[in-house]
Design a protein around this ligand. Sequence first.
Ligand code: DC
Length: 231
Amino acid sequence: MKKITIAIDGFSSTGKSTLAKQLAKKLHYIYVDTGAMYRAVTLFAMKAGFVENGKIDKNPLIGSLDDINLKFVFNADLGYAEMYLNEENVEKEIRTMSVSKNVSQVSEIEEVRKKLVAMQQLMGTDKGIVMDGRDIGTVVFPDAEFKIFMTASPEKRAVRRYKELLDRGEDVKYADILENVQKRDYIDSNREFSPLRKANDAIEFDNSDLGLEDQFQRMYEHALRIINKEA
Ligand code: DC
């Protein structure tokens, strides 16, 4: 069967990664969470002392980009790849609220985007990949055969994220999460370089009122139709 590229974009906490993981597993494709890459660069900046009072010191970060080595390592027990920053497993650390608070500002930096987009394009050369993020259908793989743009109300997304963080044992408040979701929506959609927007040929998919199984079935069938057409 011919392999295609599946690009999933959308606002934060719309369930992109859950859908992407399900599709990749079923189709035996590679899954890449590009948000994890922006989060890892953010963690690097925080550890290096380039973030103070919510402000990023851009120039030293840009000057250090060559010292940032990112890779995904598949964890067979978990069934997905974990993010490594300079040989250290940072999968848990990159999901914390403190990283979420700074990541949109780091993602605005053109040089950071250039580095990560080049890595992402390299990962997708052989197709058979499901990649999720904000600019996958518009910038990383403008020729992807299947593009999905996911949306859901900010409140629904904040509830999902709240539950996720509580499950991970973080001490968080719902109001803070809603604020973070709305702030990231704004920055992600209004930044100068590759802002979040729906590609013209993407299907818009609002999953506010859909269960995980339903959402997966719909998108899987859609993917199969495209794969069969391409064959
Ligand atoms: O998908 P996520 O919420 O883990 O992504 C974290 C942040 O990274 C998000 O606020 C915007 C940024 N991002 C981006 O700018 N481009 C991508 N392709 C993926 C994520």
